[in-house]
Design a protein around this ligand. Sequence first.
Ligand SMILES: Nc1ncnc2c1ncn2[C@@H]1O[C@H](COP(=O)(O)OP(=O)(O)OP(=O)(O)O)[C@@H](O)[C@H]1O
Length: 375
Amino acid sequence: MIAISSGKGGVGKSTVTANLAVMLARQGLRVGLVDADLYGPSIPGMLGVPSGQPPAMTSTKKVIPTEAHGVKVISMGMLTADDKPAVMRGPMVTKYLQMFVTQVDWGELDVLFLDLPPGTGDIQLTLAQAFPLAGAVVVSTPQDVSLKIARRGLRMMEQVKVPILGIIENMSGFTCPSCGEVTHIFHQGGGRTIAESMGVPFLGAIPLDPAIVDSGDSGEPLVNAAPDSPAAQAYASIADALSVDMDRAGGLQIPFAWDLTTGEGKPAPASQGSADRPLALDYDATGLTIRWPNDHIQTIDARDLRLSCRCASCRDEISGKNLLEPENVPMDVVPTKIWSVGNYALGIAFSDGHGSGIYTFPALREIESVEAEDV
Ligand SMILES: Nc1ncnc2c1ncn2[C@@H]1O[C@H](COP(=O)(O)OP(=O)(O)OP(=O)(O)O)[C@@H](O)[C@H]1O
């Protein structure tokens, strides 16, 4: 699941999402697209999906997404008429979007794009935390003001531990249709500079091209309407760069809810991933074994895991002091359930009835370093 975000509106985020989704579908990937911009859904228009026609339901009461240009799509724009605004407060937005992800019959997908509403406010923050995102892409235009706001977007994603898959600079230079000369109407190269300064990948630049507007308005994305144009080529090379990044992000398959008493729901292992996300989990009498990238294997004894809980009732939030008395923890305590929390932590419930512990990946790694020091 990949979020496409932008610090501010109108930078071309939805256009980029629609074209990347269609491009990846053309390359044979199974692609879904959630238009998470509930207040201003523009994806249906860009992909030629009629608005105001509620999608069909399966017999199990799941929504069947509309298919357009090889991409499965769901959008608020399909439920409301063009000129009817969705009037709702923030918490309702999150609820609707959770429905769009979990109550839709997506089938097997390789990638699900989430076209986020513009901005870095509460709604974006909640969404970034509510979904198990593999990563986020930030779209910006080359003007300084837009780039500064994009930087804010990057920082927000960093804070909620969503890996940044990269920055895209849109409307970067205008290619004259008659002589081919490139004019940089705005500054140029700012996206790459920000990417370099923040240590995140620069995925590419898309030129300012009137054909993008025409194709978006006609419901036929440019990568289909004019696949040989410089802008379509730019989308194609960004899609390639993104595929590489998607593979690199990898990690344990999320979301999952693993019942250790029955063995059900154990997360499927991954073969590769980024440095701070587990690749596989196992549990036996020796404890919880986590396989991290770079062949690093960590086994944490069940009771040590329980004693390391950092929830508010086990550790004082301000002083960091341990509130949990070891003598109150049974010697034979074991984890009973382990589930994914966003893409940054595990939730763990134990046989002593304690179930509010959230173990972030860095905190799990620290458990081992404490053990190593003790030894
Ligand atoms: N590279 C480009 N060249 C020319 N026009 C573009 C380009 N990218 C996007 N546009 C046009 O800019 C307008 C805004 O694009 P879009 O709706 O994708 O932006 P957005 O960031 O998703 O906006 P919103 O804030 O409404 O979500 C559209 O008319 C679109 O066709």
